[in-house]
Unconditional design. Structure first.
Length: 336
């Protein structure tokens, strides 16, 4: 009688040990929190290679900022192009530039990655103030994506004072770089946020909150349940200031140089591509509900647009995955 009991106990102990080893290996979790690209990058990676990925992600994002995207690095591709008024670029840079040019074109110029001189006049990141009208009009005239030409690996500037700025796309580009790192590794699932743009990786559905655009408390008005996508939000609540009783925010109308004024307060775009989700959230914000939804459809992306009268418009493909968490809002399926 004793022997079978011992055998069962031994088998159970071996199974438990095997499970713990398996669990410790495949469910190895690494947390990520660091500051780069002027923002906080945070996340959780689960899988045997999680720690390795966390280290690689850190160095890749620091490199992406200092070697490619930063306007303020002395060696980044963007800074060198601005300084030298054009030049040769890497295939990696050419690829990202291609996406920005495409969104600029398809949005009819409402998205424009050449507004650096215009946004500098607003000083949103230091001491924001309404610029002088004449200086703003001059900067608007000098800007314009159609004044950039690309031939092979060479970029040329056809305007003296134009400054390119990847600010509306950088966080999404970072998500694409992060996904490439995770793809080649033993990773079961991951969630990584780059300043609010989020990558959900690994097939498992996760809920992501849509921030309350009227509160600084970080509370949510709705949640979407998604897997294997990038999610970016552009909101008029970010980087804003008040002058003489009027509010100004950082998403600019390329035609006037002033902050966009329409009935939108936030736009969230869901796409497999991080760069696209980030560009399109800004582009759709500037375009407004009707044209913004058209652009999202053209790219085959899902979008959630929140208006100042607390309506949440969701495209067909994301509508059933969206749930209101604040009863003051109304969810409407947008027929596109
Ligand atoms: P955030 O940087 O807060 O995530 P966005 O992705 O919407 O927000 O990008 C806003 C940034 O994009 C601005 O700070 C500015 O640098 C730049 N920008 C502002 N207006 C436009 C525009 N119409 N087209 C392209 N870029 C813009
Ligand atoms: Mg953006």
């Amino acid at each position: 009688m004793k022997k079978p009991g011992i055998a069962v106990a031994v088998i159970a102990a071996v199974a438990l040990a095997a499970f713990l080893i398996y669990d410790g290996f495949f469910n190895k979790t690494a947390s990520l929190t660091f500051f780069a690209m002027d923002t906080v990058i945070s996340g959780e990676i689960i899988g045997a290679d999680s720690e390795k990925c966390a280290d690689e992600i850190k160095s890749a994002i620091v490199r992406l900022d200092s070697d490619i995207l930063s306007r303020h690095s002395d060696k980044s591709a963007v800074a060198l192009l601005n300084k030298n008024r054009g030049g040769k670029v890497s295939p990696e840079f050419r690829n990202y530039l291609g996406i920005l040019i495409d969104v600029s074109r398809k949005s009819g110029g409402k998205f424009d990655f050449t507004l650096g001189a215009v946004s500098d006049l607003w000083s949103f990141t230091s001491n924001p103030a309404v610029p002088e009208a004449e200086a703003l009009a001059d900067a608007v005239t000098s800007s314009g994506y159609e004044k950039i030409s690309v031939s092979g690996d060479t970029v040329s500037f056809e305007s003296e004072n134009l400054i390119i700025d990847f600010g509306a796309a950088g966080k999404g580009i970072a998500l694409d770089e992060i996904r490439t790192i995770l793809d080649g590794k033993n990773v079961r699932e991951a969630t990584v946020s780059v300043g609010g743009s989020v990558l959900i990786y690994g097939g498992k559905e996760k809920a992501v909150g849509i921030r309350n655009p009227f509160s600084n408390a970080g509370d949510h008005i709705a949640k979407i349940t998604v897997s294997d996508v990038c999610i970016s939000t552009s909101g008029s609540y970010e980087r804003r200031f008040e002058e003489n009783g009027k509010e100004y925010h950082h998403i600019l109308d390329p035609e006037t140089g002033y902050p966009v004024e329409n009935n939108l307060v936030s736009v969230t775009v869901v796409s497999e591509s991080g760069a696209l989700s980030d560009c399109l959230s800004t582009a759709c914000f500037v375009l407004g509900v009707e044209d913004g939804m058209k652009l999202a459809k053209e790219y085959g992306c899902e979008a959630i647009l929140v208006t100042s009268d607390k309506k949440i418009y969701a495209t067909h493909g994301i509508f059933t995955s969206t749930e209101i968490t604040d009863s003051g809002y109304t969810l409407i399926e947008y027929e596109n």
